[in-house]
Design a protein around this ligand. Structure first.
Ligand SMILES: [Zn+2]
Ligand SMILES: [Zn+2]
Length: 254
């Protein structure tokens, strides 16, 4: 059995109840942190995951809400963790390497970091019955979604992306889809620049109509508009039991 623990479910703007998007994928004894906004160590403590044993971090793109906590995370591991694998695209790797140097986190007391370019191989991780593949999405240069395949199941995390049929077709048949659901369609109409970067609840609802068997976990909510959460829920409502609406710190078994 594998599980996902959501550490944050909001977009770049957190709310009282939701912080920037990130989650853990845990299978057997291996834990992956996917995206790294702030206060990650405290979040890991809250869900009972030992931050000293965290070895694998995947960063989907170079926007601050997905990467800015990484320096603080490495800093907390002074003398506590000996190695760390960071999987990402070359732009994020460059940023992290630079920050590690600026903050002098390259001393021997800090974890030794292995950087893995996720686009170099077909599967950037393939071990103990778990395969992970990076699929380009439509957001920023070389931004990526992640396809997880395990125990005859498949899950795709779109990360931030404008709705892209091409990306979803590449991800193939899915048991679970964790997808950018930044706002309702009316919010998108009021702020059309969002179309270039993100996905509305109604586009997801429409798409899922044609893919029976896939459960949707919407994520990355921008809840600035009044009653926006209600509108998002209404647009997703036709999915009924195939919809899993999550809160921060919620666990979903997959
Ligand atoms: Zn984001
Ligand atoms: Zn982004």
């Amino acid at each position: 059995m594998s599980k996902i623990i959501f550490l944050g479910t909001a977009s770049s703007v957190p709310t009282k109840k939701r912080d920037n998007t990130s989650f853990l994928f845990i299978r057997k004894k291996t834990t992956f942190l996917i995206d790294c906004p702030g206060a990650i160590v405290q979040k890991l403590l809250k869900v009972g995951v030992d931050f000293r044993k965290l070895k694998n971090i995947i960063i989907t793109h170079q926007h601050p809400d997905h990467i800015y906590g990484i320096i603080s995370l490495i800093h907390t591991q002074y003398c506590l963790n000996d190695n760390l694998n960071i999987f990402s695209n070359i732009h994020c790797i460059k940023i992290i390497k630079r920050l590690v140097k600026i903050f002098r986190l390259d001393k021997k007391e800090y974890p030794k970091i292995k950087y893995i370019d996720v686009f170099k191989t077909n599967f950037f991780y393939c071990r103990y019955g778990l395969k992970m593949r990076a699929i380009k999405n439509k957001h920023t240069k070389d931004s990526l979604g992640i396809k997880f395949s395990f125990e005859k199941k498949s899950l795709f995390y779109s990360s931030d992306t404008s709705f892209s049929l091409k990306t979803l077709q590449e991800a193939g048949r899915l048991n679970y889809l964790i997808h950018d659901c930044t706002a309702s369609s009316s919010y998108f109409r009021k702020h059309p620049s969002l179309y270039k970067m993100h996905t509305s609840a109604s586009s997801l609802s429409q798409h899922l109509k044609n893919t029976p068997g896939t459960k949707l976990i919407p994520i990355h909510f921008l809840l600035l508009g009044k009653a926006e959460e209600k509108r998002i829920k209404k647009e997703l409502d036709p999915l009924k039991k195939r919809l899993i609406l999550v809160r921060d710190f919620q666990t979903v078994r997959v």
